[in-house]
Design a protein around this ligand. Structure first.
Ligand SMILES: Cc1cc2nc3c(=O)[nH]c(=O)nc-3n(C[C@H](O)[C@H](O)[C@H](O)COP(=O)(O)OP(=O)(O)OC[C@H]3O[C@@H](n4cnc5c(N)ncnc54)[C@H](O)[C@@H]3O)c2cc1C
Length: 499
């Protein structure tokens, strides 16, 4: 890639929409030319928080940036998320005099990663989280002045986004546009284009693409839209998120994931990962998962979980990964697609570590309240007689202090299922995050599967990448990953291209 001064770039960039012939994967005898429809300095594919942070930093630095989004709405999973955000060394930690360090944050991340995580990436996340938080604030995103102390973190360090992810995305999107960034929705990247030196020079897209939820596999079957080619003079950045909604792909990566529920955006498919793989990238750790339940996992111990035969089958005490794997394996064994039900009585409900939050699940109709077990069994289509027998056996265990599945009943504060009202909801292992993705280096460059060297001018950030978190993911740590990778990617593009 030739080097140009910043002024040179801006001049060239403003002359966008000029057709420039470039060579695509050509041999000396065969030199197919691409007459690009549009020209930009950097193209960011995907409009979640990682893409927005990267694109906005580049736009603030006067680069000609295009961000594209395949869906008809911006924000991907970032717009659905609460965007709880773990930060080391924030103004809030200082205000509350909380002693934290990069080393402590790293220790927490590595503990959850269980040695599967690439530690240089966890270090990047921990070290630059405050820089990313400050940049997000400078883009107008608003945060609460209260810190959260979430499970798995040694100290309070999680910041809450006011208005959640939807508002954060809308705010930074306005900043991006104000800084001169260009945006196209319903524009899907189909291919990464390279020149004969193997350098990435642009992308092939379809404008006016319409995602079709009726199709079994939208990436393969959807032919909507008009093909266009865009040149990227400096870099193409994939900020395309995870693949939690892609049942076909995730079941190939790990059959256990077939039955998992996902609250993700419809567009969270593996199409972009396959495009990067086709360009030579290395998809890693795609069999890993990160589950959650609709309610805090630590509260499940105060209830019982029954399958669709109204029977218990596990010890309700366990972490999110252990319980989810047991549930999915049991559903497979008894050949059902029905998620089990967690049932609390009024004491168990009150034992929850945050009853106010439990009440909010009732308000949002995630959880339901019943005056009798008859009502409950009718609502969830359970067999009342079997359910009563299951409960009687559990109560018997409570009396004898011996649970048939080895639950530590004192830890569950001896919560029984005998005092109305009863509360119940589906205990569905929910896959809201896929830890696997394309392998990158610490400059966010996509590394080649063949020789582990960077594919020139191709970058990936956020949940699209793999290996940052490892075996699972520490709670509230995707957002700092997305933000630090997005910010550092933008800085690296600027530094490397000597703009
Ligand atoms: C309900 C929910 C709550 C969550 N809460 C938290 C939380 O509190 N804290 C936390 O740390 N994490 C949380 N997470 C996880 C976190 O929100 C995501 O990991 C993160 O937002 C991903 O951001 P991203 O920028 O990498 O990708 P996304 O935000 O998913 O954006 C990727 C975008 O790329 C688009 N795209 C994909 N392929 C193409 C293509 N070929 N062409 C054009 N566009 C394409 C997609 O349509 C999508 O809009 C939550 C997730 C969910 C689902």
């Amino acid at each position: 890639m030739q080097k140009l001064s910043r002024r040179g770039f801006i001049k060239l960039a403003t002359a966008s929409a000029i057709s420039t012939p470039l060579i695509l994967n050509a041999s000396p005898n065969q030199t197919p030319k691409i007459n690009f429809d549009e020209i930009y300095d950097v193209i960011v594919v995907g409009s979640g928080i990682s893409g927005h942070i990267c694109a906005t930093y580049l736009a603030k630095n006067k680069l000609n940036v295009l961000m594209i989004e395949k869906m008809d709405r911006i924000g991907g999973n970032s717009a659905l998320s609460q965007q709880d955000f773990a930060v080391m060394g924030s103004d809030l930690q200082k205000k509350e005099n909380i002693q934290d360090s990069v080393e402590l944050f790293l220790k927490d991340l590595n503990k959850v990663g269980q040695g599967y995580n690439h530690k240089e990436q966890s270090l990047r996340l921990a070290k630059h989280s405050n820089e990313a938080y400050e940049f997000a604030k400078s883009c107008g995103i608003k945060y609460s002045d209260k810190l959260k102390f979430l499970g798995g973190h040694s100290v309070p360090r999680t910041i809450q986004t006011i208005g959640g992810g939807g508002q954060a995305i809308q705010t930074i999107h306005q900043t991006f546009l104000k800084e001169g960034g260009k945006f196209k929705k319903e524009t899907k990247c189909d291919e990464i284009l390279k020149n004969e030196q193997g350098e990435v020079i642009g992308i092939k897209v379809r404008e006016n693409y319409r995602f079709n939820r009726e199709l079994k596999n939208d990436d393969r079957e959807n032919t909507s839209g008009n093909a266009k080619t865009y040149q990227a003079r400096l870099a193409v950045v994939f900020a395309t998120g995870g693949f939690s909604k892609d049942v076909e792909y995730r079941s190939i990566a790990n059959p256990r994931l077939k039955l998992a529920y996902t609250p993700s955006n419809l567009g969270q498919t593996a199409g972009a990962l396959k495009i990067m793989a086709k360009a030579g990238g290395n998809p890693v750790q795609t069999a890993l998962s990160r589950f959650s339940f609709g309610i805090p996992t630590e509260d499940l111990i105060y209830g019982i979980i029954v399958d669709d035969r109204s029977q218990r089958f596990l010890n309700e005490d366990g972490d999110r990964q252990v319980l989810s794997n047991k549930i999915l394996s049991h559903m497979d064994t008894i050949n059902t697609t029905n998620y089990p039900i967690v049932i609390f009585d009024s004491n168990g409900f009150a034992n929850s570590h945050d009853p106010r939050r439990m009440n909010s699940f009732i308000t949002s109709s995630k959880m339901h309240k019943f005056q009798t077990l008859e009502e409950l069994s009718k609502y969830f289509d359970l067999n009342l007689e079997t359910l009563k027998q299951t409960i009687a056996k559990y109560e018997e265990g409570l009396k004898n202090n011996k649970d048939e599945f080895g639950k530590d009943l004192s830890k569950s504060k001896n919560s029984g299922i005998n005092k109305a009202p009863f509360y119940a909801m589906k205990a569905a292992p929910s896959l809201s995050y896929t830890p696997g993705g394309i392998f990158i280096d610490t400059n966010m460059k996509v590394l080649s599967l063949q020789d582990n060297t960077p594919i020139p001018n191709l970058y990936a950030i956020g949940e699209a990448t793999g290996g940052v978190h490892g075996a699972s993911r520490l709670t509230s740590c995707s957002i700092p990953d997305c933000m630090t990778s997005g910010l550092l990617c933008a800085k690296n593009i600027i530094n490397e291209k000597k703009i």
